[in-house]
Design a protein. Structure first.
Length: 312
């Protein structure tokens, strides 16, 4: 039985900007990152690019912002692996070490004339509008717009990875968590360094709204992938039903000539791995798969309905 393949992230938007040539040098820098961080960087860049489209950013800013997103975690190549790859929660001391990847990445970019224009991406992508971020605890508009966009993409991909999403079913739960981060945290009022940001959440609401549109697009894309596989399953079921029809006629035939005629028809329709003994089992598997895929499509359409009703 053929396997259904689905890429959670659709990167086709990047190609429309011909960013591959622009980013050739920057991408070589990612080769030094661990595979997990590299994939994360690519995902964040893809989401960032598409966010810029829905935010109606011009082509040059979109290209610039996307490259900043590719570079945002470049400083992690100097974070000790035992901290970077620790599966458990970091200790306060370890988290302080992890936080240095922002300034390390900034210095790396500033020291390289080709990367210098994108230095703010690595430096400020963990800043939060309410002042609770790092490394400088910037508030509101003091945070570069590109970093406000990258932060939404970064937080989204981190949640998707943590929750091990393979489909957009229940993706609205993640979006609801991001909505919470657009809302003010009343506890911040007690912190002097963030008092000015008490009316702000961590994330830019406008960017989060744009993310909803990106996720809806991706959900429709997944529906199209599942629908394509659905068509494949239906074709296979029709083929096997013809085999089973020949089998029934063969069993009812009164002459060997007739039996052989229907048997040869069955053999022509059989595919690799199929035989007279397992065809009923395979038929049942295809029917079950068809039912499951239809349920997935229904759930995906329901996710879209939920997302469209979300308020930021």
């Amino acid at each position: 039985m053929a396997n259904q393949k689905f890429d959670f992230y659709d990167k086709t938007t990047l190609k429309s900007y011909n960013l591959d040539i622009t980013m050739r040098y920057q991408l070589t820098m990612l080769d030094s990152l661990d595979p997990f961080t590299r994939v994360h960087s690519e995902n964040v860049a893809s989401i960032t690019c598409r966010l810029c489209e829905y935010l109606h950013c011009d082509k040059n800013f979109t290209a610039y912002c996307t490259i900043c997103a590719y570079m945002h975690d470049i400083g992690k190549m100097f974070i000790p692996p035992k901290i970077l790859n620790k599966p458990d929660e970091l200790t306060p001391e370890e988290f302080e070490v992890m936080k240095t990847h922002t300034l390390i990445g900034y210095k790396m970019c500033m020291d390289d004339i080709k990367l210098r224009p994108y230095a703010l991406g690595p430096k400020y992508h963990h800043e939060a509008l309410d002042g609770s971020g790092y490394p400088e605890g910037l508030i509101g508009k003091a945070i570069p717009y590109e970093d406000q966009i990258i932060k939404v993409a970064d937080d989204y991909d981190a949640l998707v990875t943590k929750r091990q999403y393979k489909t957009h079913i229940h993706i609205s739960d993640t979006l609801k968590d991001l909505i919470k981060d657009t809302e003010p945290n009343i506890k911040m009022a007690a912190l002097d360094n963030a008092a000015q940001g008490v009316k702000l959440g961590k994330l830019n609401k406008k960017v989060v709204k744009a993310l909803f549109k990106v996720v809806i697009d991706d959900t429709y894309y997944e529906i199209s992938c599942v629908t394509g596989y659905l068509d494949y399953l239906k074709d296979q079921i029709r083929r096997i039903e013809q085999i089973l029809e020949y089998e029934e006629k063969m069993n009812k035939a009164h002459t060997e000539k007739k039996k052989n005629y229907y048997k040869e028809g069955m053999e022509i329709l059989l595919q690799d791995g199929e035989n007279f003994e397992n065809i009923h089992t395979i038929y049942h598997e295809y029917q079950t798969a068809l039912i499951n895929r239809k349920e997935i499509i229904d759930k995906l359409y329901n996710e879209i309905k939920i997302i469209k009703k979300l308020q930021v």
